[in-house]
Design a protein around this ligand. Structure first.
Ligand code: UGY
Ligand code: MN
Length: 256
């Protein structure tokens, strides 16, 4: 018997033209084509107007990821379990645990394997090479706990960790943002870059467009280009979110 039956059909999930809040009660699993023994919850996709994919990959026992399609780059953040990253081309293998991450560039042969169940948050986009300066990106593999943070716009209560190099060859950024209870984004931001976000811990209220949403760990948010955004962390413990942002492609050519 289902004990969590929601007889009134209510949810905090809310999907709009320029933003979406996706809460865990509304998740529906989908098969991961080309992966072995794995399923996904596709949170954010071009089907809703986004220019990237954000999904939670649920890897089963003895599972394996797909190899990247030529033009697609992938960022992997380990939420639960242990995975092995392998590239035959690079003759490298890495063991990753929760809090570890990897950026896998387009046209690379990196694959992820798991012996036991593992849960990954994944961001993917079509790589847009820098006009006039096409360079081949290398994989970036790291441990978020070893990355130092900076106060955001001078506020020590809002600490930002930048997980990828601030190099214009990269067209995506993924950051970890930790807020002490009561800390806020210092302004309502409106910008051309879009975001995909997963709240890893804590709670608070996100302003998206003209609406204010209560947010708790496990919630995903999509913010389209120009979606007004603001956040206040609440409760007794710090809040941390991981978020994606498209960066460094501002010429009209890049928008074709
Ligand atoms: O990088 C950012 O634009 C960030 N400050 N936005 C956000 O946290 N919603
Ligand atoms: Mn922003």
């Amino acid at each position: 018997m289902r004990t969590s039956l929601n007889i009134f059909g209510s949810t905090r999930s809310s999907v709009h033209r320029n933003h979406a809040l996706i809460t865990p009660d509304t998740h529906v699993k989908a098969p991961l084509v080309d992966w072995l023994n794995s399923e996904a919850i596709f949170h954010i996709s071009p089907a809703m107007g986004a220019r990237f994919l954000q999904y939670t990959a649920l890897m089963g026992d003895n599972s394996r990821s797909s190899v990247l399609r030529e033009t697609v780059e992938r960022f992997v953040y380990v939420l639960e379990g242990s995975i092995k990253l392998t590239s035959k081309e690079n003759k490298q293998t890495h063991a990753l645990r929760p809090g570890h991450y990897a950026f896998l560039p387009a046209t690379s042969d990196w694959i992820v394997e798991a012996k036991r169940t593992a849960k990954l948050e994944i961001f993917e986009k079509q790589y847009v090479p820098l006009k006039g300066n096409p360079s081949v990106l290398q994989a970036i593999i790291g441990d978020a706990s070893q990355v130092s943070s900076e106060p955001f716009m001078g506020d020590p209560g809002a600490q930002l960790k930048t997980l990828l190099p601030k190099d214009a060859a990269f067209d995506m950024a993924v950051n970890l943002f930790t807020f002490q209870p009561g800390a806020t984004l210092p302004m309502v931001e409106i910008h051309v870059m879009e975001h995909g976000l997963l709240l890893l811990e804590g709670a608070g209220v996100y302003r998206l467009g003209d609406s204010y949403y209560p947010i708790t760990a496990g919630d995903v948010i999509w913010m389209a280009s120009y979606c007004p955004q603001w956040w206040v962390a609440m409760g007794k413990t710090p809040s941390t979110y991981i978020y994606y942002k498209d960066v460094h492609r501002d010429s009209l050519e890049d928008w074709k």
